[in-house]
Design a protein around this ligand. Structure first.
Ligand code: F6R
Length: 255
């Protein structure tokens, strides 16, 4: 794992946006794996800014999002389809037919998960996978206890995840209990992984991910096995790392 530590959330997020832009510049046909959540909102703002400045184009890229709630239609305001249109797709040149998310409201969610897994494989797997970090160690919606070689499937959300995501819904009881998520095995097939985590809420789990044992109890810890994984943190999220000064010696100022 390459650990890049930046002084604040803005610098860390700009760094992660820069890694995505650099990948697109190297390979315009990149297959991007995309995430949702609060952390990504600012990252997408920064990518849109770079796009408008002529620094990056998505015209030849393909994207696959990590997950979608079971039961929500693509037009539901709390769906991840809606989130992605609002925060990224409506503002960049990624052709509509090249952006993919699982469909949450189909008749057979597991069949949809299987179809999605096959579509990712048919696209040659993910080139650059962007990840956030759940406070309980989840990546995508691979909650603690997930098989570390799982493929795209239906997962029941952990209570902590439902609570964390209830801020997007009118009432906590409206948060779907299940989601279709790329599996951990699917994520590990990506050529390159960039995980962004900022703020004090991520400090304890970032330390478990980077320095703890590899365990299904903290699904993100499996990234220790990935050959090309960059973790971008701000100082707050890095505050509980035992080897922080070592990482800073290797990559001063997150360079
Ligand atoms: C959603 C996803 C999740 C989030 C994670 C962190 O697509 O991949 O794993 O990245 O829950 O969310 P925030 O950024 O809201 O803390």
């Amino acid at each position: 794992m390459k650990i890049l530590i930046h002084p604040d959330a803005g610098a860390a997020t700009e760094c992660a946006a820069g890694l995505i832009a650099a990948r697109l510049a190297r390979d315009r046909r990149t297959v991007l794996g995309l995430a949702t959540g609060g952390t990504m909102e600012d990252l997408y703002r920064r990518l849109i800014r770079r796009h408008h400045a002529g620094e990056c184009s998505f015209a030849e890229a393909t994207s696959f999002n990590l997950d979608e709630y079971v039961g929500l239609s693509p037009t539901h305001p709390c769906s991840y389809w809606h989130y992605m249109r609002h925060h990224l797709f409506d503002h960049v040149d990624l052709p509509a037919g090249q952006a993919h998310l699982p469909r949450g409201n189909g008749p057979d969610p597991q069949a949809e998960a299987d179809r999605y897994e096959n579509a990712i494989a048919a696209a040659g797997d993910i080139g650059l996978q962007l990840l956030g970090l759940g406070p309980n160690g989840h990546i995508g919606f691979n909650e603690p206890g997930s098989s570390l070689s799982s493929l795209t499937r239906v997962k029941t959300l952990a209570r902590a995840t439902i609570e964390a995501n209830s801020r997007y819904f009118d009432r906590p009881e409206d948060v779907p209990r299940r989601a279709i998520t790329m599996g951990i095995g699917t994520i590990l097939r990506a050529q390159e992984v960039v995980l962004l985590a900022v703020g004090p809420r991520k400090a304890e789990v970032a330390a478990r991910m980077i320095e703890g044992p590899v365990t299904a109890f903290c699904p993100a810890s499996v990234l220790q096995f990935h050959r090309n994984c960059t973790v971008v943190l701000d100082a707050e999220a890095a505050s509980e790392l035992a080897l922080r000064s070592y990482y800073e010696d290797i990559h001063p100022s997150g360079s």
